[in-house]
Design a binder for this molecule. Structure first.
Ligand code: DHE
Length: 561
C-alpha cells in the first residue's frame, strides 16, 4: 500500500515536472525573484491573498492566479479563452486599485515595492505548502488548565448569556465584552487574524479559530475567563463548531482547515485531537480537486451530525459523530463554491451560499438530502442569514450579496398548520429587496421587527460606514440608513471605518455594529436600540483594534438569527 502511494507520488511528480518543463519552453520565463523576496511574497500571499484565491491559486471567491494567465507568453500572445493575460503592469494595477469584480484595493495596505513584488510572485509557479498530519496536530496540542482544575460552577458574576466574543482581527485576540454593562471583561490572545467564535451547547466554552489554524478554547466559568486549551489544526483555517445534539453536548469540537484541506475532530473540553479527515476529492463536475477547503461548519440539532461544507468540490458532508472510530458520512452534491450559511427558522434546513454559481443550496438534515438549489443574484454572502415571517410569503430566510445590490428572501418550509398556505412558495425567491452593493452580513432576531444589513465592501466611504434597516412587517417602507461612523463620534479619518456585522443582544433589544478601522485608527462597537433605531452606546478603548465579528453567547449557542 505504502509503495503504491510512493509510486503514485513519483508519477505525479514526474507529470508535474514534465508539465512545468513544457510550460517553460512555450512561455516567457516568470519574473526572477531572490529567495528573500520569495519568502516575503509567500508570507504576504498567505496573509492577504490565499483566503480568496486558494493556496494553489486555483481560484474560488477570487480568480485563478496560476501563471498560465497571470504571465504573458514570450511571443506576446495575450489571451487565453478570450481573457486577457495579465503581465506585470496590469497585475500591479489590479492589486493596487482592485476591480469591479470584487477584488479589493491593496494600495492602502501594501507599499509600492510590495505591490511590485506580489505581481512578480503570482507569475511564478505556486509554492505547495507542506501537509499537516495527525501527529503534527497532536504535537501542537496544549492544555493550560486541565478539566479537574477547572471550576465546577460559574466563578464570576457576569451574565454569561449576554457576553459577546468580539474578533480583534489584526491583533489576533478576542475581547469578551459584557453585554449588560458594555465593559471589556477580558482580552484573550488567540490565533492570527482570528476569524469566528462559536459556543458549546452548554454555553460554557467559547471556541475561537484563527486564520493560522490555531484553535483556542475559552472557559467562561473562570473568575477571569481565559484560554484553557489550544491546538493547531492546520496552517490556514476559518471554521469551528461543537457537538450540540442531545446526549453529546460539549463532547466534541470540529474545526475545518483551508490548508491542508481537511477537518479535525477533537474532544470538546480539552481539544485533544481524535481524528483528521481529508476533504480532497472530486468536484460536483466530476473533476479531481487538490485543495477543497473546508468552509462553514454547523452542528445539527436533529441528529448527532455536523454539516460540513466543502468549498471547491461543492460537496456538503453530513458527518455522523455518534461513533467517530467508524465515521459515517453522507456526501451531498450541490454547487460551487460553498462558503457561509445558516439555519432556517425551524433549524431543519441548512442554507449555504454557492457563491460562484449564484445559488443557495438547502440541505434537509432530517432526510439527509438536498432539499433545493435556488438561483439567486450574483455572489450570495449570507453570513448565517436572517429568518423572519414575511406578511405575504410566511417564513423566509434572507441572504445579502457581494456582487448585487439586493437582499434575497427565500421561502422556507414550516410544519405549523397556520403556515400551510405558504407551501407553494417554498424554496422560491419570493422577494428581492433593494440594497447597495458590497453587503457582507444581514441580521434579525425573533423578537425584533427589523432587518439589518451592512455594506462594508462598498467603494463609497459613506456607504461602507453605514448600515440599512428595514421594517419586516412592511419592506416597502423607506429604508432607514444610519451612518455608524458619524454616530460613533470618533474623529473623521481619511481611511474608511467599515460598519460591519450586526449582532443582537441576547434579549433581541440591541444591535451591535463593529466600526472596523485600520490597525492604527481608533475603532469602536456602536450599540443601537433596535426598537427606536437610536444610538445607545459607543464602546471604544485603545485596545479595541480592528473589531469585526461579534458573537453573542446565547444567540450563537442556540443559533438564533
Ligand atoms: Fe469570513 C464567516 C471565510 C474574509 C468576517 N468566513 C466565514 C466563514 C467562512 C469564511 C468559511 C463561515 C464559517 C462558519 O460558519 O463555520 N472569510 C472567509 C474567507 O475565505 C475570506 C473571504 C477571505 C479570507 O482571507 O479569510 C473571509 N471574513 C472575511 C473578512 O475579511 C471579514 C469581513 C473580517 C474578518 O474578521 O476577517 C470576515 N467571516 C467573517 C465573520 C464571519 C465569517 C464575522 C462569521 C459570520 C457569522 O455571523 O457567523
Amino acid at each position: 500500500m505504502k509503495k503504491n502511494v510512493v509510486g503514485m507520488l513519483a508519477l505525479s511528480a514526474m507529470a508535474f515536472a514534465m508539465g512545468s518543463a513544457f510550460a517553460q519552453e512555450t512561455a516567457k520565463a516568470a519574473p526572477e525573484m531572490t529567495a528573500a523576496e520569495k519568502e516575503q511574497a509567500k508570507k504576504i500571499y498567505f496573509e492577504r491573498c490565499a483566503g480568496c484565491h486558494g493556496v494553489l491559486r486555483k481560484g474560488a471567491t477570487g480568480k485563478n492566479l496560476e501563471p498560465h494567465w497571470t504571465k504573458k507568453d514570450k511571443d506576446g500572445n495575450v489571451t487565453e479563452g478570450g481573457t486577457l493575460k495579465l503581465g506585470q503592469q496590469r497585475l500591479e494595477k489590479i492589486i493596487g486599485y482592485g476591480t469591479d469584480g470584487g477584488m479589493v484595493n491593496f494600495d492602502d495596505i501594501l507599499t509600492k515595492e510590495e505591490l511590485t513584488l506580489m505581481a512578480k510572485y503570482i507569475q511564478n509557479t505556486p509554492d505547495v505548502p507542506p501537509e499537516y498530519s495527525f501527529k503534527d496536530t497532536m504535537d501542537s496540542w496544549k492544555v493550560m488548565v486541565p478539566v479537574d482544575k477547572r471550576p465546577t460552577k460559574q466563578m464570576n458574576k457576569y451574565n454569561l448569556k449576554n457576553m459577546f466574543s468580539v474578533t480583534l482581527r489584526d491583533t489576533g485576540e478576542v475581547a469578551l465584552i459584557d453585554g449588560d454593562t458594555k465593559e471589556i471583561r477580558s482580552i484573550v490572545k488567540t490565533g492570527y487574524a482570528v476569524h469566528i467564535s462559536r459556543l458549546s451547547a452548554s454555553g460554557r466554552y467559547v471556541y475561537v479559530i484563527g486564520r493560522d489554524g490555531r484553535l483556542s478554547l475559552i472557559d467562561l466559568w473562570m473568575e477571569q475567563p481565559a484560554v484553557v486549551a489550544e491546538v493547531k489544526i492546520g496552517f490556514d483555517a476559518r471554521s469551528v463548531d461543537t457537538s450540540k445534539f442531545k446526549g453529546f453536548e460539549d463532547k466534541y469540537a470540529v474545526a475545518g482547515s483551508y490548508w491542508p484541506p481537511q477537518y479535525v475532530i477533537m474532544d470538546g473540553d480539552t481539544l485533544k485531537p481524535r481524528k483528521v479527515v481529508s476533504t480532497r476529492g472530486m468536484t460536483v463536475d466530476g473533476e479531481y480537486h487538490p485543495e477543497p477547503r473546508v468552509a462553514s461548519i454547523v452542528a445539527s440539532f436533529t441528529k448527532p451530525e455536523w454539516v460540513i461544507n466543502i468549498k471547491e468540490t461543492g460537496q456538503i458532508l453530513l458527518v455522523d459523530y455518534s461513533d467517530i472510530e467508524n465515521l459515517k458520512t453522507t456526501t451531498i452534491g450541490s454547487a460551487k463554491f460553498l462558503h457561509d450559511g445558516g439555519w432556517d427558522a425551524s433549524k431543519r434546513y441548512f442554507l449555504v451560499a454557492a457563491n460562484a454559481s449564484n445559488k443557495i443550496a438547502a440541505v434537509d438534515t432530517k432526510t439527509g438530502k438536498l432539499a433545493a438549489l435556488v438561483d439567486v443574484a450574483k455572489i450570495p454572502h449570507p453570513g448565517r442569514g436572517a429568518n423572519f415571517t414575511h406578511p405575504k410569503f410566511g417564513p423566509v430566510w434572507t441572504t445579502g450579496h457581494l456582487g448585487a445590490d439586493v437582499l434575497t428572501l427565500i421561502s422556507t418550509p414550516s410544519d405549523k398548520k397556520s403556515d400551510a398556505k405558504f407551501k407553494e412558495y417554498n424554496w422560491k425567491v419570493v422577494q428581492e429587496v433593494k440594497h447597495v452593493p458590497g453587503n457582507l452580513f444581514v441580521k434579525t432576531h425573533p423578537k425584533s421587527k427589523h432587518l439589518w444589513a451592512d455594506s462594508p465592501q462598498n467603494p463609497e466611504k459613506e456607504l461602507a460606514e453605514s448600515v440599512a434597516i428595514w421594517d419586516v412587517a412592511d419592506l416597502s417602507k423607506p429604508v432607514k440608513v444610519i451612518n455608524v461612523a458619524k454616530d460613533s463620534g470618533l474623529p473623521v479619518t481619511k481611511a474608511t471605518r467599515r460598519a460591519v456585522h450586526p449582532e443582537y443582544s441576547a434579549d433581541g433589544k440591541e444591535v451591535w455594529i463593529s466600526l472596523w478601522g485600520g490597525k492604527t485608527d481608533q475603532s469602536a462597537i456602536v450599540v443601537y436600540d433596535d426598537a427606536t433605531l437610536t444610538l445607545k452606546k459607543v464602546i471604544t478603548d485603545p485596545k479595541m483594534i480592528t473589531p469585526t465579528g461579534k458573537f453573542n453567547v446565547f444567540n450563537t449557542q442556540h443559533d438564533i438569527y
